[in-house]
Design a binder for this molecule. Structure first.
Ligand code: ZN
Ligand code: ZN
Ligand code: FE
Length: 762
């Protein structure tokens, strides 16, 4: 007879862990107890020595799929008289540790139940269990117990209570447990707030509206979404017009993998991602003859597909009997609405009807976006299903990093873990900035953290930088400003836990450099807290600055002006009106509102404009994406000349490339070949840069590496040359990864005893 104390840390709350422990103990005839604490899960177990050992082994081998054990420690205790195995109430008060579970997609058992006419949860949209259902979107504070969630307002009915208290039931201690008798329910509202129907009737009328081509606002899991019939070009056009989103692709929800496969190519890895508990939007390739309307993702060979991740979505999809566009309920790039009152104001002019429920959403959590990248799954937008899973990090001071301005996230470091918030969107609107502040408060409360360092970008105008300055001075802690591209590399270094120097090829739209210009085509040698600029694109001017993001032709003009001076205007006369051209040329000549940049994203834009792909863009990166897709299936081995000129830093001179592109355009070569040759040139440049730097490990990051053709080509060449190549996988390569990288650099500066670059403490 022995008695063991077992303490477990990791993702062990809200994933059915305690019922699993209970089952594993009683199956072996052991007695003792299990308890959720703010430190994780604590167990004491007693019985036959062999059985206890088997039990501990089972904790590791048989844990529920969504659980993740990071530390498991045992200690022997003196046996004591005890009968049975109990789940005891959670303990409060101890220092909180990151053990917040993410929201989990509906499990197979719950789906079966919702679909069985005899069950009491037949067609119940809020069915869940210990293996699935809402978590992060309803937790107010830790530990994860029902009174600490937004389910507190729903008193359990006797049947649900019995399930909740029965250790052999799969809803044993399922905190969001609910049924038609006691749980949340549906209502259908008109845009003026009038209640039109409830329950199944509300669902049916919502579906009927979708069939008529109308826009349905749905209060989902992590916020409001906008739904329309994905097979109707008219319905999709209506949504685009009202949401003021001209061309950016919409995601589509399908009832099953088989339905996705009807119109897209779904490999085994894509299927696994679609079916995973996180259930992200997965980028898949469309086949010809797609039943989904062309304007869902105009001029895009990819489609963002996802499966229903709540019973509510599943019921809607089944009854609609067709794929549905499913996009965030907001105006472009603002945060999602989470409450009815707010939705009735903000979505009034977008939605024809609102299908809502009475379970409060504690915080907005958007759908995640992932794809199968070079070496397996790659997360491009990290939100529902992934956030806020903690990630092992340097042990050191607690750090709060505020991220960038676009695709914003916040990272909190505490006790050797980094918690990266869900994707918060862009910070141009007051709502966006409020959400950023709220998320900071949220994370600090959850993890009971008092950051000793605050980190942010170098850019003084980012809303995140301003908040960082305010917080650092309020808390009287140092502020670490981290260069944008340094942070991009550092995020990948932190993810792969790399030690020592790496060469980072960081290609993106732009970020402020240490010389006050806009960087974005950078090769940085990064060694923890420090970096050196090894090479960059030759600088050029962007007439109108940020406006160039929406007008790739401006990047083209900037490049041509840099190379040919005054004759540029004549060369690009076809792209502009005479008036526009003389204004822009004047700006370039006098250097007015024409910031200098080394941006790779803008070089992509410029080449796309010259190749005739597009002169104006509906969203950042659209021209670059279309240029990438233009080369689909093209096997042209020619590479434009893009020499790396010696210097410190070395300079990637795009002028020979520009001349070659202009020559090819002149002689009528199409965008497909131009794109292929441009991509080849960049792959050669990457190789030359890596060989020159001579550092065995290379990190590829920045928004441009969402371009799979580019990532593939460079990866292939570098690996053939014997380099180890790393890409961001769990965290986005775009600005969504910045906060993690900033946190890493700030932590390394502390560790290496480097002073804060700026100390606001007076
Ligand atoms: Zn379930
Ligand atoms: Zn009930
Ligand atoms: Fe960036």
């Amino acid at each position: 007879m022995i008695r063991l104390a077992v303490s477990i840390q990791g993702v062990v709350q809200g994933v059915g862990f305690r019922p699993f422990v209970h089952g594993a103990a009683t199956k072996r005839g052991l007695c003792g107890w299990v308890q959720n604490g703010t430190e994780g899960v604590r167990i004491e177990v007693q019985g036959d020595a062999e059985a206890v050992r088997g039990f501990v082994q089972a904790l590791r081998d048989e844990a529920p799929p969504a659980a993740r054990i990071e530390h498991l420690v045992t200690a022997e205790l003196p046996p004591r008289p005890e009968v049975g195995f109990a789940i005891v109430t959670s303990q409060n008060g101890a220092a909180a540790r990151p053990t917040l579970p993410p929201d989990l997609s509906t499990c197979g058992d719950c789906i079966a139940e919702v679909e069985s006419p005899g069950e009491r949860r037949h067609r119940y949209p809020f069915t869940n269990c210990t293996q699935c259902g809402p978590r992060y979107t309803l937790i107010e504070r830790l530990p994860y117990d029902r009174p600490n969630t937004s389910m507190v307002r729903f008193a359990l009915c006797p049947m649900c209570r019995r399930e909740y208290e029965n250790p052999t039931d799969r809803r044993f201690h399922a905190q969001p447990i609910a049924c038609p008798a006691c749980g949340p329910s549906l209502r259908l509202l008109s845009p003026d707030g009038a209640a039109l129907a409830s329950g199944d009737e509300a669902l049916g009328l919502g579906v009927a509206a979708l069939h008529e081509g109308r826009v349905l606002a749905l209060k989902g899991l992590g916020g409001f979404q906008l739904l329309v019939d994905a097979t109707s070009a008219k319905a999709v056009a209506r949504l685009r017009e009202r949401k003021r989103r001209e061309e950016k692709p919409f995601a589509v929800m399908f009832l099953s993998v088989a339905d996705v496969r009807d119109i897209c190519i779904v490999g085994a890895e894509e299927e696994a991602l679609l079916l995973s508990a996180a259930a992200p939007i997965v980028l898949v390739r469309r086949c010809a003859g797609s039943a989904v309307a062309e304007n869902v993702a105009p001029k895009n060979p990819l489609l963002g597909a996802m499966l229903p991740y709540t019973p509510l979505h599943r019921l809607l999809l089944a009854q609609a009997n067709r794929p549905l566009v499913c996009t965030s309920g907001n105006l472009s790039e603002e945060p999602m609405c989470t409450e009815e009152d707010e939705a009735l104001v903000r979505l009034r002019d977008i939605a024809d009807l609102l299908l809502v429920h009475d379970r409060p959403i504690v915080r907005p959590v958007d759908d995640s976006v992932a794809r199968v990248g070079l070496r397996g799954p790659q997360v491009l937008r990290r939100a529902r299903g992934y956030a806020p899973l903690p990630y092992p990090f340097l042990v050191g001071p607690s750090v709060l990093a505020l991220g960038g301005q676009l695709k914003s996230t916040v990272t909190l470091v505490k006790d050797g873990h980094a918690v990266v918030s869900q994707h918060l969107g862009d910070l141009f609107s007051p709502e966006g900035v409020m959400l950023l502040e709220r998320t900071v408060k949220d994370l600090l409360t959850f993890f009971d953290a008092k950051p000793e360092v605050v980190a942010c970008d170098l850019h003084p105008e980012y809303a995140s930088t301003r908040l960082a300055e305010r917080l650092a001075s309020e808390w009287r802690v140092p502020l670490e400003r981290v260069q944008h591209h340094h942070a991009h590399v550092a995020a990948c270094v932190a993810e792969h836990r790399l030690q020592g120097p790496v060469l980072g090829l960081v290609w993106d739209g732009s970020g402020l450099g240490t010389d006050g210009t806009l960087w974005g085509g950078e090769a940085l040698v990064v060694d923890g807290a420090v970096f050196e600029r090894a090479a960059h694109l030759r600088p050029f001017s962007l007439p109108g600055g940020e406006r160039a993001i929406r007008e790739p032709r401006r990047a083209a003009l900037g490049l041509v002006f840099e190379a040919f001076g005054a004759s540029a205007a004549k060369m690009l006369a076809a792209m502009f009106t005479d008036a526009d051209l003389s204004v822009l040329q004047g700006m370039l000549e006098r250097g007015l509102q024409s910031p200098r940049t080394t941006s790779m994203g803008r070089l992509f834009d410029g080449v796309a404009a010259l190749a005739g792909v597009r002169q104006r863009a509906g969203f950042e990166g659209q021209a670059a994406m279309e240029l990438e897709f233009a080369a689909d299936g093209v096997d042209d081995r020619t590479a434009y000349p893009l020499p790396l000129r010696d210097g410190s830093p070395a300079l990637a001179d795009w002028e020979p490339l520009l001349r070659a592109v202009l020559f090819d355009v002149e002689r009528g070569l199409g965008p497909a070949a131009i794109s292929a040759r441009f991509h080849n040139a960049l792959a050669e440049l990457a190789e030359a840069t890596a060989l020159r730097a001579g550092i065995p490990r290379v990190v590829l990051s920045g928004g441009c590496f969402q371009n799979l053709r580019l990532a593939h080509a460079i990866h292939h060449r570098l690996v053939a040359r014997g380099f180890e190549v790393y890409l961001p996988e769990l965290f986005p390569p775009n600005d969504g990864g910045l906060s993690l990288g900033q946190a890493y650099v700030a932590a390394m500066r502390r560790k290496e005893g480097r002073c804060a670059s700026v100390s606001p403490v007076k």
